[in-house]
Design a protein around this ligand. Structure first.
Ligand code: 13P
Length: 262
């Protein structure tokens, strides 16, 4: 088992073009080549262009934070997959809990977005995760299973190989209260088992599954070193170039650690 790890930053609604440019100027000169991992930055749509230029020829790949499921049409305010392809986006986050809970996106809509992205050869980063009251009621696995099943409902096993999944418990997002690595590993192992049931064991071994929720330079290693956790989706800490660089370094350290055991 040697899945490439991912250190992904979700900037959410932060950073103007000018701020994104300053970030790239601070981040890129301090980078070296990292083994065994991909680095992904998902800025707001308005900063894609400036970062496409800045990241060209580097190890950093671009992602977006949302997409519409239709390739074009009368959908005021929406962005299409082909528009994102123009910026070289390789990843798109879909079904983030902020989209599900603030903007009332349904799992069915998320499933349509996932399908469109896979058809166009872009990797969806499909987010799933339970709310605190669902966890307290012992519903974690039920909620995650439903979000996952609806999210992948339209995919063939071949398309599913493009998938990246992020387990982000809602109560851990932006709270400073991360899940324990053991709890995250257990839910992520469950997600992998569900993928094996939905597709086949080969797809389940292939798909990268990330943890997200209050990831920091100090705790990232403890997550990524887990057998089934293939990286992290980082919000707050990814906004600071020094912290994100440390997260990348720690992810490489976890890769090296995991390679020893492989
Ligand atoms: P924080 O890292 O700020 O908790 O956010 C996590 C997240 O929502 C990433 O998508």
């Amino acid at each position: 088992m040697s899945r490439l790890l991912i250190a992904a930053g979700n900037w959410k609604m932060h950073k103007t073009m000018e701020e994104a440019s300053a970030y790239a100027e601070a981040f890129l000169p301090r980078m070296r080549m990292y083994r065994g991992l991909e680095i992904v930055v998902c800025p707001p749509f308005t900063a894609l262009s400036v970062l496409q230029s800045a990241f060209r020829g580097t190890q950093v790949q671009l992602g977006a934070q949302n997409v519409h499921w239709e390739p074009q049409g009368a959908f005021t305010g929406e962005i299409s997959v082909r528009m994102l392809q123009e910026f070289g986006c390789r990843y798109v986050i879909v079904g983030h809990s902020e989209r599900r809970h603030i903007f009332r996106e349904t799992s069915e809509e998320v499933g349509r977005k996932v399908k469109t992205l896979c058809v166009f050869g872009i990797s969806p980063i499909l987010c799933v995760g339970e709310k605190l009251e669902e966890r307290d009621r012992g519903k974690t696995y039920e909620v995650v299973r439903e979000q996952l099943q609806k999210g992948i409902a339209h995919l063939s096993p071949e398309e599913a190989r493009n998938l990246v999944i992020a387990y982000e418990p809602v109560w851990a997002i932006g709270t400073g209260r991360a899940a324990t690595p053991e709890d995250a590993e257990e839910v992520i192992r469950f997600i992998r088992e569900e993928l094996a049931r939905a597709f086949n064991p080969h797809v389940a071994e292939y798909v990268r599954i990330l943890y997200g929720g209050s990831v920091t330079p100090d705790n990232v290693f403890s997550f990524v070193v887990q057998k089934n956790i293939d990286g992290t989706l980082v919000g707050g800490a990814s906004l600071d170039p020094s912290k994100f660089l440390s997260i990348v370094e720690e992810t490489e350290r976890a890769f090296i650690e995991k390679s020893k055991g492989a």
